[in-house]
Design a protein around this ligand. Structure first.
Ligand code: APR
Ligand code: ZN
Ligand code: ZN
Length: 362
């Protein structure tokens, strides 16, 4: 029997979000219904509301979530009712050319639930943010979007791995291959950059330089594991990073802003043959100009990090275990917990840079 639950809807471009009754169908083949316990407020949710992703309103927002599987449809074998799971927005297919070559974190054919959740009042189909839609008491997803982790972790902490925190940690440990003794610089210290700092520390980086234009962010970055900080409004970040790395530049520079000027800083702040990782997401009109001779002459690799190049089934349980062992403080990313009716306010605080993460707890 389809169920009715409360969910946060973005009804139209730039309109305030509101709570509505959402109809959640029973899970069909390959699907699962998850009782959401916590869901972080991410920039991408705000971009949906602003019409910046697409115009398929109304959206059911929320996608950094953890909860308990309530029911599964036919053919689902990896999870079962009662499992504590983190939701991911890249359920891998196992069949595309990336999956078949043993690189499923690049899967080119990820999927979501087939059925749609609807608005109880009008019967209108909802577009769930990133195929999840978890600012709701329950949500319908593809079973592959559920990854079972140790249930001893607090849901408001676990859910964050579903998006921004995984993107940042993965940018360092998966894409950047940060290793013991490396020097790392992270440009932009919001939730994603801070996670890249925590990931670099976890990987054994010896020097971790945090760069931001906001001193408050640099202070937090230090508590996340940065060994040095640079305010790039006051100092040239390329010179500062070189100075802090024996005059050479960092082995790995992670760009977590998503702008051409910060990408250029990352490009020139890295040592010869070093690695640049772009995890910040640019907008369509942005362009990059670099002397091609420098691209050649400086060598190394220029990489992008999609969702931290994570493989949820490999990375989520491992990172939760490290957290439970006290080796990765995921709790530090939770600035505040809020109710379902406070998402609009949380967007405002996020916009002003006041929070790393507000997390809705249900
Ligand atoms: N130089 C350095 N830091 C900057 C600059 C700049 N020119 N402009 C902004 N910043 C800093 C901000 O002060 C802030 O601390 O970058 C940080 C961005 O953090 P958030 O806005 O909290 O964003 P976050 O959630 O960390 O995401 C960062 O990754 O996933 C993408 O879409 C996301 O592009 C975004 C990026
Ligand atoms: Zn695939
Ligand atoms: Zn997100």
């Amino acid at each position: 029997m389809a169920q009715e639950v409360r969910g946060v809807i973005a009804p139209g471009k730039d309109e305030p979000v509101r709570i509505e009754t959402v109809v959640v169908p029973d899970p069909g083949p390959g699907e699962a219904v998850v009782q959401v316990q916590a869901c972080g407020v991410c920039h991408t949710d705000l971009h949906y509301k602003q019409g910046g992703i697409n115009d398929e309103f109304p959206f059911l927002l929320g996608h950094e979530a953890a909860g308990v599987v309530e029911a599964v449809g036919p053919g689902v074998t990896d999870v079962e009712p009662g499992d504590f799971v983190i939701l991911n927005w890249r359920a891998v297919c196992g069949k595309c050319r990336a999956c078949l070559r043993g690189r499923p974190w690049y899967c080119f054919d990820t999927h979501n639930a087939q059925q749609r959740m609807t608005l109880a009042s009008t019967g209108q189909e909802l577009s769930p943010a990133l195929g999840i839609g978890a600012f709701a008491e329950k949500t319908l997803v593809a079973a592959g979007q559920c990854t079972k982790v140790d249930p001893r972790v607090a849901p408001q902490v676990a859910g964050l791995l579903g998006c921004g925190v995984m993107a940042g940690i993965g940018a360092a440990i998966n894409t950047g291959n940060v290793g013991r003794g490396d020097s790392v610089a992270v440009i932009g210290c919001g939730g994603v950059g801070d996670a890249a700092i925590a990931g670099s520390q976890l990987a054994g980086a010896a020097t971790i330089i945090a760069v931001d234009i906001d001193d408050r962010k640099l202070e937090t970055a230090r508590s996340m594991g940065a060994t040095h900080t640079v305010n790039s409004r006051e100092n040239d970040p390329v010179e500062a990073i070189r100075e802090l790395t024996g005059g050479f530049g960092a082995d790995v520079v992670i760009e977590a802003v998503g702008r051409p000027e910060t990408y250029k800083q990352a490009f020139y702040a890295r040592d010869l043959a070093g690695t640049v990782v772009l995890v910040g997401v640019p907008t369509p009109e942005m362009k990059l100009e670099l002397p091609l001779l420098d691209v050649f002459g400086r060598g190394g690799s220029l990489k992008s990090s999609w969702y931290g190049d994570c493989l949820p089934s490999r990375d989520f349980p491992m990172l939760i275990d490290l957290h439970l062992q006290g080796r990765l403080d995921l709790g530090a990313f939770v600035t505040e917990t809020i109710g379902l009716d406070e998402v609009e306010k949380a967007f405002e605080r996020m916009h002003h840079g006041d929070v790393l993460r507000s997390v809705v707890v249900l």
